[in-house]
Ligand binder design. Structure first.
Ligand code: HEM
Ligand code: HEM
Length: 165
């Protein structure tokens, strides 16, 4: 596995971390609505998820930064950075909300997570789907002629196209 593949794998680790975070909410809802809060297993799972929640959130901020910054080689306008900015906002409200007793922080925290789900879906679809790639294919070919970007070894055709997008 080369470093490029590791960085792509980090993208999936981001997804796993974010899903674990969201599953705390889902487990609680399932317990409340389907089991009238009587499932001890779900209660224990939610408790465990609550315990690891701040650590997983912090880790997600770090792994998302490494994945994005190293894949792109810097900061630029990109679907991934949009998801990243929302992660930073989610983490900020999760941390500062209870600490400074902000009004409605949990509602904001949850609402931002909804936006995050949309942003991540858009990012991953954009990175993986041919549907989004065709318009970029032509603009990338044009800009490559006088491109000053550094060369990216070992990128597949589709990825090198995306590199320019
Ligand atoms: C920090 C900003 C981010 C940037 C700049 C970024 C950039 C990229 C790029 C350039 C690729 C394409 C790699 C390639 O095929 O050559 C990619 C793939 C991917 N990203 Fe991101 N990303 C960011 C954040 C995220 C976040 C927050 C998540 C998930 C929560 C994520 C999940 C993924 C996944 C699952 C892939 C597909 C990996 C694969 O092809 O196997 N990324 N990202
Ligand atoms: C270091 C970062 C984070 C901190 C400190 C944090 C903190 C918190 C806290 C204190 C709660 C309320 C817990 C409770 O109701 O028992 C909460 C709820 C929640 N968090 Fe986070 N959070 C962080 C990151 C994240 C991330 C990255 C996500 C999603 C990707 C997320 C998703 C949620 C959701 C969906 C809830 C609602 C749970 C519910 O109401 O049942 N959090 N968070």
């Amino acid at each position: 596995m080369n470093s490029y593949e590791v960085l792509k794998l980090l993208g999936w680790i981001n997804i796993i971390l974010a899903s674990t975070q969201v599953s705390m909410y889902i487990v609680r809802r399932i317990n409340k609505h389907l089991f009238k809060n009587k499932s001890e297993t779900l209660k224990r799972s939610a408790k465990l998820l609550k315990k690891i929640h701040p650590y997983m959130g912090g880790m997600l901020a770090v792994t998302a930064t490494i994945h994005g910054y190293m894949l792109l080689g810097g900061f630029r306008l990109h679907s991934g950075y949009f998801a990243w900015l929302i992660i930073l906002a989610v983490v900020f409200f999760g941390w500062a909300g209870p600490r400074y007793k902000m009004k409605n922080w949990l509602k904001i925290h949850r609402a931002l997570v909804l936006v995050l789900v949309g942003a991540v879906l858009f990012h991953v679809l954009k990175m993986k789907s041919l549907l989004f790639q065709y318009p970029y294919y032509f603009s990338a070919r044009k800009s490559r002629a006088n491109c000053t970007c550094r060369a990216v070894p070992n990128l597949s055709i589709s990825s090198s196209i995306l590199y320019f997008s």
